[in-house]
Design a protein around this ligand. Structure first.
Ligand code: UGA
Length: 434
């Protein structure tokens, strides 16, 4: 099976590499020649554990190719995956400009009938609109079949998720197209669910919205726990053991970020609104999340009164560990707020440190050394639960901070470890250690 993938962002690159790994011949296409040049040299353009080795292996096997020429990449492709971005527009809806352009490129260069698989997250109804767009531009006699095949991988564990996913959703108009897609994916050995195109598109939004709901729910419970003297970690453990609830995505913290949940929840609210449906539940999920991102600042102001002149060590920039992605990271809200309140900010991140000044215009120093960030600071604020921060002996705060005061947005340490180390410890949904 000859496959082309348009878009070498997160989803596109991982999809292309994984499809080559299971035996297909894949050409990944991107309009950015610099990206393509790097990829052709075997350099992955995103940070993702395990991706580089797999990419190189398949380039050497000559099963994986990269080009910035649509004509070259689409030549003879039986199946074309569209995996371009659908970023958020100012009104919260998804920007479909890139996917439309990719579809027009397919229509222009398709020499034979082709199956177009949409991997990008697109509002319900988009697949069919994209099909119509292609049909109105393709040369006569060429058939276009469409399939919705949403992606469920998480950044930071994308390779693992691709090979160990819970399900592969295939939404098509006909059985033949679903058969082809099922055959392509068979080597993954993951259960396939066949459905119609609209339901497939909705499964993606509903899944992300539900996971975001779980997070906002546990965060609200955490906020209540703080008022009532309960411990949210204990509550989540007790809740998660009920298999109807499940333990995943019940980790309280300073809210969800990243390129998916914020964008997709907003897009679903917007989509519902366009169809005169007021999605109040999801609106509350978003509101809870926005407030949750401010929590550590509120806790600091309660503790210090004013942050003016305080030196704050911010631990973590990325929206979660094992990624260098800063999109919608709570750090983007917290660091400018700290600077606005007159604090001096030194920020540590093991992978994303050099991106700080590109994303945040407020004055701050960025470092890959945790001790440099902590040294002499008045307090620490944990934003990302990087493994090295979680593994760190809380005694380190006593040793390096001016005063051992820690505001932990990710509940990295147990209450007893914090007590034992003698730090003043404010976390999420648990009793303060003073
Ligand atoms: C998410 C989904 O998990 C994937 O299934 C989906 O494919 C992807 O979006 C997408 O639509 O492309 P991702 O954004 O990479 O994946 O990251 P997650 O691991 O889901 O984390 C999202 C955010 O939620 C992070 O900020 C994380 O810190 C937060 N989170 C997650 C919590 O605060 N608590 C939890 O219990 C879990």
């Amino acid at each position: 099976m000859k496959i082309a993938v348009i878009g070498t962002g997160y989803v596109g690159l991982v999809t292309g590499v994984a499809l080559a790994e299971i035996g297909h011949t894949v050409t990944c296409i991107d309009v950015d020649p610099e990206k393509i040049a790097e990829l052709n040299q075997g350099i992955p353009t995103i940070y993702e554990p395990g991706l580089g080795e797999m990419m190189l292996r398949n380039q050497k096997r000559r099963r994986l190719h990269f080009t910035d020429q649509h004509r070259v990449g689409l030549d003879g492709a039986d199946v074309v995956y569209l995996a371009v971005g659908t970023p958020q527009l100012a009104d919260g809806s998804a920007n479909l400009r890139y996917i439309e352009q990719a579809a027009l490129d397919v229509a222009e260069y398709a020499q034979e009938s082709v199956i177009v698989v949409i991997k990008s997250t697109v509002p319900v109804g988009t697949n069919m609109r994209i099909k119509q767009l292609m049909l109105s531009h393709v040369r006569p006699g060429i058939a276009i079949r469409i399939a919705s095949n949403p992606e469920f991988l998480r950044e930071g564990s994308a390779i693992h998720d691709t090979f160990h996913g819970d399900r592969i959703i295939i939404g098509t108009e006909d059985h033949e197209t679903a058969d082809v897609l099922e055959e392509i994916n068979a080597p993954f050995g993951i259960p396939v669910v066949r459905t119609d195109v609209s339901s497939s598109e909705m499964i993606k939004y509903a899944s992300n919205a539900f996971l975001a709901t779980k997070i906002s729910f546990i965060n609200e419970i955490a906020n209540l726990c703080e008022k009532l003297g309960a411990d949210v970690e204990e509550v989540a453990k007790g809740m998660g053991l009920d298999h109807r609830i499940g333990s995943a995505f019940l980790k309280a913290g300073i809210g969800y970020g990243g390129s998916c949940f914020p964008k997709d929840t907003n897009a679903l609210v917007q989509l519902a609104g366009n169809h005169h449906h007021d999605f109040n539940l999801l609106k509350s999920v978003i509101e809870v999340n926005n407030h949750q991102q401010q929590l550590l600042i509120e806790k600091m102001l309660t503790r210090f009164g004013s942050l003016h002149g305080k030196k704050v060590a911010v631990l973590g920039l990325a929206f979660k560990p094992n990624t260098d992605d800063l999109r919608e990271s709570p750090a983007l809200v917290l660091i400018p707020k700290l600077a606005e309140l007159g604090a001096e900010v030194v920020c540590y991140d093991p992978i994303a440190a050099n991106q700080g000044s590109k994303w945040i215009s407020a004055p701050a120093v960025y470092t890959k050394s945790v001790s440099k960030a902590l040294n002499g600071a008045d307090c620490a604020m944990i934003v990302t639960d990087w493994p090295d921060i979680k593994r760190m002996d809380p005694q380190t705060f006593v040793r390096l901070l001016h005063e051992p005061i820690v505001f932990d947005g990710r509940n990295c340490y147990t209450i007893s470890a914090a007590r034992k180390a003698g730090i003043e410890y404010y976390s999420i949904g648990r009793p303060d250690v003073i």
